[in-house]
Design a protein around this ligand. Sequence first.
Ligand SMILES: Nc1ncnc2c1ncn2[C@@H]1O[C@H](COP(=O)(O)OP(=O)(O)OP(=O)(O)O)[C@@H](O)[C@H]1O
Length: 532
Amino acid sequence: MGSCMYPVERGAYKLLSEIGNGVSAVVYKAQCLPLNSTVVAIKVIDLDRSRPNLLDDVRRETKAMSLLSHPNILTAHCSFTVGRHLWVVMPFMAAGSLHSILSSSFPLGLPEPSIALLLKHTLLALHYLHAQGLLHRDIKASNILLDSNGSIKLADFGVSASIYEPLSSAATFSPFFNDLVGTPYWMAPEVIHSHVGYGFKADIWSFGITALELAHGRPPLSHLPPSKSLVIRITNRFRLNHDDHYHHHQYQYLDDEDAKKKNKKNKKKFSKAFKDMVASCLVQDPSKRPSAEKLLKHPFFKTCKSPDHLVRHVLQGLPIIEERLKESPLHPPPPSSVDGDDDDDNGSGEVTKIRRISGWNFNEDVFELNPVFPCDKKEDPSPITSSFYSSSFLEGGGKDGDRKRDDRVKVKEEEKKKDDEIHEKGNEEEEVEEVGLLGWKSRTAETLGPELISLLNSLSLEKEMVMNLLESCRGEGMGIGDWEEEREQRLADMVGKLQRTVDGLTIQLKGESAKNAALEKELQGLKDKNLT
Ligand SMILES: Nc1ncnc2c1ncn2[C@@H]1O[C@H](COP(=O)(O)OP(=O)(O)OP(=O)(O)O)[C@@H](O)[C@H]1O
């Protein structure tokens, strides 16, 4: 499938060292022996861990890619299979990805002039792709690569999309049925929550998230495992224990003092132009987000430095790429989604709430993106719900958007107050109802096989997605009038199917748990016998 002078056989390349790894691929620094031992990067994708028709799509996209030519887009030299692996040969970018630069040398984020330059070149690449009618679908710091001369290239176009892309365009929710999906932190809300699917404006959302990633050193909510960045469980302890490392970063629950401090720090740190640019990308309604072309005209990109600036301020003194890989990650790993971590523990009488994220609220002042939860209609049929929905879903950015965003913050504060009151009451009925399946999971997590638990986790997540979708269709301002009946029927079928699978698994889990309890009892009996 290679159309260039780069040979398409394994023997022509000598692997030198590992320089990175992703979900189902390892990246190596290598030499192309017949081409004067030119140094290249080779991404080796494990086909057994990728979706079935990956190869066909990669072939198709390699073809599309060979027609692309832009200084800010990294195009592969060629690709070929070696056994059950796909090798993608590409230019070696000596300074590695922005993700690896952030984690090794800028854990709290990069300085603004460098960010402006990096984002501008990324945006030029994105504008070019969009103008060709192509989507990137995976904009994030780990896909922005730097060379030692400061040149910036957007990578993984095509290849990553093929690995993670839904099986067909009809399968709108497939990223979540496909357990090869990458992390969802960068995904636009319409991709996660609705039937709209992926469009150009979803790339713009991810671009906004990437801007926050470069500013803070990590994307919003990345301290949570992927499943929890979509469906968040909140316990009393979650709120009260501000010293807990992960929970400390729950910005939506920062107390006033914390919020003020953070506010002050970030206000000083970033310009109004930067905040405004990011805010325009992180508007809930995709149609209100600017196109890449329009975004390029934003004042934030007016006074960008030359790539030499990056060499002096970012790349100088950076450990070489192989060294960086050896370093332990600066951010502690997120708690495993299988582990039944502490907020799952409702055995100690704590109230656990499972909340679906219904929207996002970009707070320009503190320069952070906060999840928004729907009000609990059962307990609170107040107009807050509808006012929130109408402002967050239907209104956009711009000057007017600023005011609306402020309103949303106010609404959120009120919502939080109400939520707190509900929690203080310690409503037992709510506890039983809301803990539901996940509560059952946590009680059996210690005794059951990890596969069952992770299967259950992913089913719960999928169920949440479908529920979210249905809820947003029923919700205010998102009428289903324009929906075909057939589609609704399909969704209902899906929910039914998922529910049946979840029920089946729950029964299975109960059975396993009973078996385990019996075995444990037997074991204890044997131990007691041995002692006597
Ligand atoms: N052409 C390249 N030159 C230099 N380093 C590269 C190159 N391609 C990838 N890398 C390094 O390898 C790392 C892993 O890349 P890879 O594309 O496999 O995964 P990722 O983008 O981090 O995650 P994902 O699997 O979600 O795409 C990158 O973050 C980067 O540091």
